[in-house]
Design a protein. Structure first.
Lengths: 401, 448
């Protein structure tokens, strides 16, 4: 029987030992286990958590690949100048040179993220004697996509350990955590190493190393320049396609949109959260636009740059689209009721843009908005569920009256 | 008069092995058995010791909490063995059947002239009371409470379930008699759900008939109760299966307790899925003889969602009118977690393609298709759960044993079988029905 039989024998041999979860994690990666149902339903639907997580990863892969090309492109463009009016399939972007520069930067981030995170997961699984859970498969993929390209690997490793242990394992593992682990990791980086996580030197490969030399290049995100009331040199199409500096995977709104459609089609991602987050962001952006229109905020105000940005452009720049599609929809940390999801998503969009405008030092609001709403998600659910409970009580009262 | 019940949420699981509409009459088997565990929550007190001769309908044991509730023998014969488990708990009472059946005579009775108390006593004496079950808690009804309504679901929507329009055909007189008896037991109404106007129950008199349509679990009584008259705290609803109505009806008309059922043999492991007539408690091996493909099969007394796993040595469950046999899924599948799946059912489209072929019948096996995990995915249960209840929140309340929360979230309105579909689609492979059962048991113990 070959491999299948050998692995089965190994599994039986080590059943119940400390290392069994670690072995099973690898075994179940190769083979769907031979577990059968007992009483309860005798048949089960085809999906398991691995499949669910795998779909999210697949939705992320285009962003990752684009991120590699973009990293190289941004590096070269900062030195050699940008190509004007590039189409999405332009050879100036999709070339081997760009890919190599990007891959050399980004693959190590992916490897460190997965390597460190999975080791932590395995250790906890062995100590606690439960199976290795799949949650980190997605987190490990998200993390490299939401950090600046030049982040030192050791910082990433420290942050991943912090995020997985404090963000997830102390609560009991996948399914029990309150905060999105990927965002916990990013938040840790942001507050522990602020100079590496913001400013104008970290978003383009090697911008930091080249500072002060004759070849010095700028490495600023659009949000950064807008926050300083500077004019952006990028066209709307550049922003939509993603030919702009930013965290690795967050720049291409087009690919994120495709990923969102894929997640909605496969019924893995919640369209309610995505849609309501977009609505929330548009509403807040529109309100700010009106404020500028009314003349309450002058051009000299430090909020002017981002506040006067056309409300729909907020969706194209920064990490908003990425956050709304891939991070806000994490089912564990989001609201769990359908009604709650509308409220939760709307507030994420709304608060994201608010933070973005009012916090010029760090104009990326979506991370903090999602973390904040993660904390409030159980409260939202509580009130939604109370609505159901009240309806039931009322029904009983009508009956007795 | 007819009030329709229609639902959209739910899921019809289409499997290979629908029963063909022919009925084989089985000859009397040699051994029958009653498992007190089929009557959830009943503590049996043995009346007929090993070696006693009993007639069909004579009591084997009674319920410790109410000695009027008798549990009868389905056949006449000799008690050959009482199997006990831990702490002398009675697991099975085996009866070796006589070659000629001898029925205990309870006397014919004219239902129309009987009072509620007389009907009740007749049901007690003849051992028909266990057919009456109650909500909340999904247990044998407590005769001291007054139900606000009685429900009969004459439409079976569970996967591969036998067609009640077919199995009840020709039993109109018995059904009507039993329904009339039920109307005496409640101050409220007796509600009967039927799938079509062809149902033998559709023309029943003195009851409220509801036409139902929609996916499973429309045939579950809880769904119908929730649409017609949801259960509030302190209220009780009684529930009777239509095949049991026939037994009750026959009792009133002939004075005999005849627990004959038309059992649907279904599933892909039967060579010829069809109907047979068998007594409650029949030996599974006798019932499936010559028809079963015995190669790594799973036999289930009941349907694939809520039935009990049995072997050929076991016996047909007391309430069950279906035996399902499907392939056992005890094999590994290379990259089964990420490759595209065409031969299994899924409500998502995560490279599972059952949404392309909604009419296709599947041959599912018992593989769990993944390992047990904590609850992660949200929002999917609601799509197959038609009650106005938050299923995941209620499950969690049961898991952490918060009685107040369980009560507030609607635990009075559900039975374990209502969580069969959410369990089927559960990505985390949680045992929903077990969680609910344990939750309900706890409530029953603490709140009564």
């Amino acid at each position: 029987m070959g491999l299948k039989q050998n692995l089965h024998n190994l599994k039986e041999k080590y059943k119940g030992t400390k290392m069994a979860p670690a072995f099973n994690a690898i075994h179940t990666f190769l083979y769907l286990p031979n577990e059968t149902t007992h009483n309860g339903t005798h048949i089960k639907a085809a999906d398991d958590l691995k499949r669910t997580m795998n779909i999210v990863i697949m939705a992320l892969v285009p962003c990752l690949i684009f991120g590699m090309f973009n990293a190289g492109y941004q590096h070269n463009a900062a030195i050699n100048g940008f190509t004007e009016g590039m189409s999405f399939f332009s050879g100036d972007f999709w070339n081997l040179d760009n890919l190599l520069i990007g891959a050399a930067k980004i693959l190590p981030l992916v490897i460190v993220s997965y390597g460190v995170g999975l080791i932590v997961e395995f250790i906890f699984a062995v100590i606690k004697g439960h199976e290795v859970e799949e949650g980190y498969l997605v987190t490990g993929m998200l993390v490299p996509l939401i950090v600046p390209i030049d982040l030192p690997l050791w910082m990433l490793a420290v942050a991943v350990i912090f995020g997985v242990v404090i963000g997830k394992e102390v609560f009991g593992g996948t399914g029990m955590n309150i905060l999105n682990p990927a965002l916990t990791i990013r938040a840790f980086l942001f507050f522990a190493y602020p100079t590496w996580m913001s400013g104008d030197k970290v978003w383009v490969a090697d911008a930091r190393e080249l500072t002060g030399t004759a070849d010095a290049i700028s490495g600023e995100t659009m949000l950064g320049s807008l926050a300083q009331n500077a004019q952006s040199s990028f066209s709307n199409w550049d922003m939509f396609f993603g030919f702009i500096p930013g965290s690795v995977g967050e720049t291409s709104t087009l690919l994120i949109l495709l990923g969102a459609l894929f997640l909605i089609f496969t019924k893995i991602g919640s369209w309610r959260i995505m849609l309501s987050a977009v609505i929330g962001a548009l509403v807040m952006g529109f309100v700010f636009n009106q404020v500028v229109e009314m003349g309450w905020i002058g051009e000299t105000s430090k909020f002017y740059g981002l506040m006067s940005l056309d409300f729909w452009k907020h969706l194209l720049i920064g990490g908003f689209a990425f956050g709304a599609v891939y991070m806000a929809t994490d089912p564990v940390t989001a609201s769990q009721t359908n009604k709650g999801k509308w409220i939760y998503g709307f507030l994420i969009g709304f608060i994201s843009i608010m933070i973005r405008v009012f916090n010029p030092a760090y104009p990326e609001g979506v991370m903090l908005a999602i973390l904040l709403m993660n904390v409030f998600a159980p409260t939202i659910d509580h009130y939604v569920v109370q609505g159901n409970v009240k309806k039931r009580l009322k029904r009983a009262k009508v009956k007795t009256a | 008069m007819s009030k329709d019940i229609r639902i959209k949420k739910g899921l019809d699981i289409k499997l290979v092995g629908d029963a063909e509409q022919t009925t084989t009459k089985l000859s009397l088997g040699s051994v029958y058995a009653v498992n007190p565990e089929d009557f959830h929550g009943v503590v049996p007190k043995i009346l007929a010791k090993e070696g006693t001769e009993v007639k069909a309908g004579e009591a084997l044991f009674y319920d410790k909490s109410d000695e009027r509730i008798l549990f009868p023998s389905p056949v006449s014969g000799k008690i050959s063995e009482i199997i006990r488990g831990e702490r002398r708990k009675v697991l099975t009472i085996k009866i070796t059947a006589d070659s000629k059946q001898d029925y205990k005579d309870f006397g014919t009775a004219n239902v129309d002239a009987m009072s509620a108390e007389e009907v009740k006593n007749h049901l007690f004496a003849s051992g028909c009371w266990p057919f009456v079950k109650q909500r909340p808690y999904d247990v044998v009804a407590n005769p001291n409470q007054a139900p606000k309504a009685i429900f009969v679901s004459g439409y079976a929507s569970a996967p591969l379930a036998g067609d009640l329009d077919y199995t009840l055909k020709g039993k109109e007189a018995e059904l009507q008699t039993a329904l009339t008896a039920l109307t005496k037991l409640t101050t409220g109404r007796v509600h009967v759900a039927v799938g079509s106007s062809n149902s033998p129950l559709a023309s029943a008199k003195g009851v409220e008939v509801h036409q139902v349509s929609g996916p499973h679990p429309i045939g579950n009584v809880s769904t119908q109760i929730a649409k017609v008259s949801p259960i509030n705290k302190g209220e009780v609803v009684w529930v009777v299966n239509p095949q049991d109505l026939v037994v009750i009806g026959e009792l009133f008309l002939t004075g005999k307790f005849n627990a004959t059922r038309t059992v649907a043999l279904t599933g892909s492991k039967f060579n010829k899925p069809h109907y047979v007539t068998a007594l409650a408690g029949a030996n599974i091996g006798d019932v499936v003889k010559g028809n079963l493909d015995t190669d790594n099969e799973r036999i289930i007394s009941g349907n694939v969602l809520s039935g009990t796993q049995v072997s050929q040595d076991n016996f047909l469950g007391y309430y069950d009118t279906q035996i399902t046999a499907i392939p056992e899924g005890n094999d590994y599948e290379l990259f089964g977690w990420n490759k595209p799946i065409f031969n299994k059912i899924s409500t998502s489209r995560a490279f599972t393609f059952s949404w392309l072929t909604p009419k296709k019948k599947y041959d599912l096996n018992t593989n769990t298709n993944g390992e047990h995990r904590a609850f992660v995915v949200t929002g999917s249960y609601e799509e197959v759960f038609p009650l106005d209840i938050y299923p995941m929140q209620l499950l969690k309340a049961c898991m952490y044993k918060d009685l107040d929360e369980m009560e507030a979230l609607g635990a009075y309105e559900v039975a374990p079988e209502d969580f069969a579909l959410t369990e089927f689609i559960c990505v985390s492979k949680q045992p929903h029905q077990k969680i609910i059962r344990e939750g309900l048991d706890l409530m029953r113990e603490e709140l009564g």
